[in-house]
Ligand binder design. Structure first.
Ligand SMILES: [Mn+2]
Length: 339
């Protein structure tokens, strides 16, 4: 085991004589952020009952994971914790950079911090930082935990348990295991052996309504092919999203859907979330182009196959053109290296 969570956690709490731990994830939490945070929260609650455990996720949590979180009878992570003058530790999951952390004020006031992540772009913050590049942060969480202690959470708690949450994180960040590595499959098998029910967690993957599918159809209609046609993008301005009632949760899956097309290598979306502020999401297979490397040059980042950037500009066309030119450069270099 490369990182022994139990040892590190107990050291952290004892060294600073703390009784409380707050768990945090990234802005607009997804299934993996929620799965990692809630999985660890339940694990600590069951195995270290002497500590007060407070997970916090924003109300903007994705729809699917929100269903599972709302069924949680132990924690309410959608409500902001009220802990004005207490001393506590913070554990951050699935968050590459501090600027994307929710509840940053808790991190800043914490006595000590531990970071568990899987992003290549993690900036190495926190007193303890365990970042291992993998498909899902929840996969890392699974491997750093003690199996017997994880099993205990299945016996002593009602659903959703720590193991259910970890399983959810893995499902969500791997597109339902379509991007799974062998280690991912081994983690999933281990969780099933502990008693996780696949169909129970799968409910968090099914969130379409007829209306949301029709909105999606409209968004896909607008897709443009760029360069040699292997790139597809969808751009939505403020005026368009307001006129058509398009929210970020509608645009969020589009880059992945485009990328998964057999004739597309790179899918991306640009969404004007505020006037002159564009939120962009890029998806590839990580090899045709490494989108983390690509977007680093524009102040963004993430993973080789999935990354994002936020950009303030009143000239989105130029920003898009700059990115396309960088793609052309990077592709030329890749071809040169392979020749
Ligand atoms: Mn993740």
């Amino acid at each position: 085991m490369t990182f022994d969570f139990d040892k590190e956690f107990q050291n952290m709490m004892q060294k600073h004589s703390l009784n409380t731990v707050i768990l945090l994830g990234h802005l607009n939490p997804d299934g993996d952020a929620a799965g990692s945070v809630m999985g660890l929260a339940h694990y600590i609650k069951v195995n270290y009952p002497q500590y007060r455990v407070i997970p916090y996720l924003e109300y903007t949590l994705d729809k699917g994971p929100k269903k599972q979180v709302k069924a949680d009878r132990v924690f309410d992570p959608l409500t902001k914790p009220d802990i004005t003058d207490e001393r506590y530790a913070v554990i951050v999951c699935d968050t590459a950079v501090l600027s994307r952390l929710i509840g940053k004020e808790y991190y800043e006031c914490a006595e000590t911090s531990m970071v568990i992540d899987h992003h290549a772009s993690n900036e190495g913050y926190g007193d303890i930082n365990y970042t291992k590049i993998s498909e899902a942060c929840a996969e890392n969480v699974y491997y750093i935990l003690d199996q017997a202690k994880l099993k205990k959470t299945m016996i002593s708690e009602m659903k959703p348990t720590a193991a259910d949450y970890i399983y959810m994180g893995i499902l969500h960040d791997t597109g339902c295991l379509s991007r799974a590595k062998m280690s991912t499959m081994q983690a999933v098998t281990g969780l099933l052996e502990l008693g996780v029910e696949h169909s129970y967690v799968m409910q968090t993957m099914h969130n379409d309504t007829l209306e949301s599918l029709q909105t999606r159809a409209g968004l896909l209609e607008r897709a443009e092919r760029l360069l040699d046609g292997k790139i597809a993008c969808v751009c939505v301005s403020r005026a368009e999203s307001e006129a058509e009632g398009i929210g970020y949760e509608d645009i969020h899956p589009i880059s992945g859907i485009l990328r998964d097309c057999e004739d597309i290598e790179l899918g991306f979306t640009m969404y004007e979330e505020e006037e002159n502020r564009w939120r962009c999401s890029f998806r590839s297979d990580g090899k045709w182009i490494n989108v983390n490397e690509l977007l680093k040059k524009f102040g963004g980042g993430g993973h080789a196959a999935a990354a994002g950037v936020r950009k303030r500009t009143n000239n989105m066309e130029k920003f898009r053109q700059d990115i396309l030119e960088e793609i052309i450069m990077m592709r030329k270099n890749i071809k040169k290296e392979r020749a």
